[in-house]
Design a protein around this ligand. Structure first.
Ligand SMILES: Cc1ncc(COP(=O)(O)O)c(C=O)c1O
Length: 381
């Protein structure tokens, strides 16, 4: 099974790419869909028809909804996670003195908008400290209090893959009446989850990391209770009846159904949308549980190998299982080691004080052996 995963990519066997948390190689079918779309716009440009603005976008919306365990009417098509977070900020008001809780070292797109929201509403933004024992869930459960009005977490820490139990954190947030916001950029496409299990108010993901898609396509979930909210933009395609181009100047106050009102202007992205559809179709066909099983088995081997080499790793029971952040006393700054690996064709990232290792479905045991072999040599020298 694992060998056949590689057939979907045009891999360079000189390179060991362990950096899906940054971005992923493009599946062959996705790249072809992009080429076909561009060819159509260059050689057969007159074929662009009004349905191109809508049909492919609806296919993409459905794919995302299916993979997230929700309905297409709850999914909006956006260009970046930042856009999704700003949409949440626009719709969620806080009272003076209330608290927004985020994890320390959170990704900046999940932090800057809430700094502005806190300033706007006179609320406080507090970070939950990175727990020494690796247990983010316990740390959040301990910090959420009656003054907490909003909790924003990822499913997996973007620097080291540490796990946040969304069901438990969501339940505690609800108990105190707090809103619950989730970023699944570092897990959508590889870690199984269903939105129905933790009922977020807003949830976002990139499309170009574990999701195998093009840059510039991101996704937003909006709970039913916010579907009459304010979109970030007043664009034409969100308005009711926008399919009828001859009547666009009959300006309308009503929006398209559900979360479509939150779609970004030019969300139809004629070249990128078919690519994203192919990428998510591949993930759907292979299934997220099968991808997760493959990736976690590689990460388990990497974990064991790194432990043997004296790396400092988060406790395995507090990891989501698909990626790792490894620290080592020899390298308080991981950049030199990451560069040495890259010079030898092995691609990982330095994030904070950790070396982040993020295999995906196209990696295999030979890749693991090459990584560990080079690291063993570096430690001896
Ligand atoms: C957790 C997380 N969220 C979001 C992003 C990307 O944010 P944006 O789409 O705003 O560029 C990244 C990129 O590394 C990320 O790791």
């Amino acid at each position: 099974m694992s060998e056949s995963f590689q057939d979907f990519f045009q891999l360079n066997k000189e390179i060991v790419y362990l950096n899906a948390a940054a971005w992923s190689p493009m599946p062959i079918a996705s790249a072809q869909a992009g080429v076909d779309a561009i060819t159509r716009r260059t050689a057969r440009y007159w074929e662009t028809i009004p349905s191109d603005f809508f049909d492919a976008s609806e296919r993409l919306r459905s794919k995302v909804a299916t993979l997230w365990g929700t309905m297409p009417r709850n999914v909006a098509l956006i260009p970046s996670v930042s856009y999704g977070v700003e949409t949440a900020v626009k719709n969620l008001r806080l009272q003076p003195g209330q608290e927004i809780l985020l994890p320390q070292d959170d990704f900046p797109s999940d932090v800057y908008p809430w700094i502005e929201a806190a300033r706007r509403d006179g609320a406080q933004l507090n970070f939950v400290h990175r727990p020494e024992n690796g247990d983010w869930t316990g740390a959040f459960l301990a910090c959420i209090s009656p003054k907490t009005a909003l909790v924003s977490v990822p499913l997996a820490d973007w620097t080291d893959g540490a796990y946040f139990d969304l069901k438990q954190i969501s339940r505690r947030a609800r108990e105190v009446g707090a809103r619950f916001i989730v970023d699944v950029s570092q897990s959508f496409g590889v870690v199984p989850f269903s939105i129905a299990d933790f009922d977020p108010d807003f949830l976002f993901s990139t499309g170009y990391k574990w999701q195998l898609g093009p840059y510039g396509m991101a996704y937003l979930y909006v709970a039913d209770r916010w579907l009459d909210g304010q979109p970030l933009e007043n664009n034409w395609i969100n308005r009711r009846g926008s399919e009828d181009f001859s009547r666009l100047i009959e300006y309308r106050g009503e929006y398209q159904d559900g979360a479509r009102r939150f779609d970004a202007g030019e969300r139809s992205q004629f070249h990128l949308t078919p690519m994203a559809v192919e990428s998510l179709s591949l993930i759907y066909e292979l299934t997220v549980p099968a991808i997760f099983a493959h990736v976690t088995s590689l990460v388990a081997d990497i974990y064991e190998g790194l432990q043997g080499l004296g790396f400092n790793l988060p406790p395995a029971q507090f990891l989501a299982g698909h990626m790792l952040g490894a620290r080592h006393r020899h390298w308080p700054d991981m950049n030199p080691l990451v560069k040495r690996l890259r010079d030898r064709g092995v691609h990982v990232s330095a994030r904070g004080s950790a070396m982040r290792i993020a295999p995906h479905l196209y990696n295999d045991r030979q890749d693991v052996a090459r990584l560990l072999g080079i690291l063993a040599g570096e430690i001896k020298s």
